[in-house]
Structure formats: structure tokens, C-alpha cells
Write a protein that binds this ligand. Sequence first.
Ligand code: HEC
Ligand code: HEC
Length: 344
Amino acid sequence: MMRDMKRFFYFLLLILVCFAIFFLFIGNSKEETIEAPLGLPPVPYPKDNPYSKAKAELGKKLYFDPCISSNKQISCATCHAVSHAYKDPKPISEGILGRKGTRHAPTVINAAYNKLQFWDGRAKTLEEQAKGPIANLNEMTLSRDSKISYEECQKRVRENPEYPQMFIEVFGNDACSIDDIVKAIATFERTVLSGNSPYDRYKEGDKTAMTEEQIAGYQLFKRVGCNNCHFEPLFTDGRFLNIGIGMDAEHPDLGRYEITKNEKDYGAFKVPTLRETAKSAPYMHDGSHKTLEEVIDYYDQGGIPNKNLHPLMKPLHLSEQDKKALIAFLEALNGEGWQDLELK
Ligand code: HEC
Ligand code: HEC
């Protein structure tokens, strides 16, 4: 009798251990993922920088922290402000000590989906991109040597009372290396999304989600070929194309050509997303268009002629009503996912 009880006890213990191992395994294998809002594809991220909530929280803190700049005055949000749909209200951004670059800051919203970063695609990933401003004399550093810029940035982060512990939790060490800093920032950026707009709900089957004027604008958007470049559902196809912006200048910015030296890239810039665009004037790589009305008039006239102007850039002969409808449609691309980011 006693032996039976003992056996039964061991049997019970065995089952318990099996359960424990099973749950531990399941618990660990459940990868944390970013939930994309309605209308967006799954959010991609590189194999060597998987998403975790703790990493995104750390990245969020770094993104809004001016301590990553030499004089502790400029943060990523200085030029990509939440209140301006992660863009800059200034046509040309001003960085450290008021220094100016040459281009307008694009939005961080949905940058997770970009195949290449920057107007000219010179960075492959968000990680690589984030290293740019930290070592850029017009943006966040006072040092001409990028190695020194990174070392000083690491030091400032290490000196903060909260960061070292957060880095231990996320990366297993408190070195606060530049590579880990940009991994965290990029992870946060991948959570800055816009979907679930009236357009997305309309496409999902709610035919009342867009107004009649917006639906007319959507038909027109497709009829005049906007969607050949601003490809749905992200409203960019990631290509670099010449629509003539700034090409009448004496020494125009040649965009992608400066990187590839390929004639087909002459004066070509990345097709920007149109999601949240109605909230983030001014427009274009040089910030030269102040309003959406100006943008639409520009397309209506067929752009600025030059040797590489895209063949779709032709006078459109739009009526006033057409122009209004196109703008109404662009407003239907304002959605959710970035306004009050609570990382889940
Ligand atoms: C002084 C203003 C300024 C600061 C500070 C700044 N940026 Fe930018 N950002 C820009 C400008 C201007 C561009 C476009 C430059 C180009 O394409 O040549 C840009 C481009 C980008 C892009 C590319 C988006 C796209 O569609 O290709 C991302 C992402 C980005 N910045 C994120 C960041 C992050 C993260 C930080 C902080 C580490 C940061 N920026 C700091 C002005 C700034
Ligand atoms: C040939 C491809 C092409 C076509 C067609 C096209 N676009 Fe664009 N669009 C671009 C490119 C490239 C840019 C950025 C150009 C630059 O900054 O030099 C741009 C910029 C914009 C911007 C400014 C966005 C920002 O964040 O600065 C808006 C708005 C816009 N396009 C709307 C439209 C509309 C509406 C149509 C149809 C009438 C249209 N586009 C047709 C390629 C295209």
C-alpha cells in the first residue's frame, strides 16, 4: 500500500515536471510581434534585431531624448515631431546650433516598410539610417569625426541614471554601444504606423467610410495615374523617380543619381507615402510646396521639364472640382497608430 502511494506520488511529480517544461517552452517560443493597424501588411524587421516591447520602450526614450546630440539640445523628434505627423514644419530642417542641411525631413510614419531609407536611398535599414543624424554636423554632432561622435553619444547615454539598467534588460549588457542604441531606436520606429483610415475601412467593405467626394477623388487618383507611383496600400512603391521638383535651379539636387551615378536616376527621389500627408505640410524633398493645393497644381501643369522627367508627368487638365476631390481623398488617408503610442 505504502509503495503504491509512493509510485503514485512519483508519477504525479513526473506529470508536473512535463507540464512545467511544456509551458516554459511555449512561453519562450512565443515571439513578440508588432500589431499593424487595419490595411497595413505585417511589419518586417531584420533577423538580427527582432522586436520586443522592452526594446521599443527603450528606443522611444532615446528617440525623444536630446542627450544623444553633442550639446544635448536636439532629439530625433526635433525634426520628426509627433505633433506634425513625424515630420518637420520647416521646409529645411534646422539641427545643432541652427545649422541647416539641404532637404526636408520625411515622415517616420510607416518608414518600417521602406525598402531603402532617405530621399536618395543611401541607407538600407532603419538601424543604418539612425546612425546618420548622430554623426551629421548639420543635425546632432559638433565633431567632424563620426567615430568620436558615436563614442561621445555612447558616453552621454551611459551617464544617464536610467539607461544602463534598461540596456542590461534588453541587450544583456550596459555598454550602451552605438549599434545597440540604433537597434533600439529602429525598433521604436517600426511601431510608428498609420492605418485604419477611412480609406482602409472603405477597402475593407464599409462603403460609408469615405465621403462621396473622397470616393470621386479615389477614382480620379487611379484614373490620372497617381497610384502608378503612390502604390496602394502604402502609397509608395519604394522607387526613385523624377517628377521635376527643383530641376529649374542652377545646380539642382540630383537625388538618387548622386548615389548611383546612373543616368536613369538623374533628379530622382523616393516616392513618399501619402498616408498622413494632409497633416504634414510642407511637401517634397526640398519642402518647396507649402500646401496640397500647390502640389495638385504642380501635377496639373505636368511638372518641371528636364531630361529625365517621368513619362506620366503630363498636363492633367483638372477642373477645380477634380482638384478638391483629390485633396479630399488624400485626407481620407489620415489614420491611426502613431498619435498616442502606447507600446504593447
Ligand atoms: C536636424 C534635423 C533632423 C534630425 C535631428 C533627425 N533627422 Fe531624420 N531626417 C532629416 C532629414 C532632412 C532627412 C532627409 C535627408 C535625406 O534624405 O537626405 C531625414 C531622414 C530620416 C529618415 C528616412 C525616412 C525616409 O522616408 O527615407 C528617417 C527614418 C529618420 N530621418 C529618422 C531619424 C532618427 C531616428 C533621428 C534621431 C536619431 C533623426 N531622424 C534625426 C532630419 C533630421
Ligand atoms: C511618376 C511618379 C509619380 C506620380 C505619377 C505621382 N507622384 Fe506624387 N510624388 C512622386 C515623387 C517621386 C514625389 C517626391 C518628389 C520630390 O520630392 O522630389 C512625390 C510627392 C508627392 C507628394 C508630397 C508628399 C510629401 O510628403 O512631400 C504628394 C502629396 C503627392 N506626390 C501626390 C500625388 C498625387 C495626388 C498624384 C496624382 C495627381 C501624384 N502624386 C502622382 C511620384 C509620383
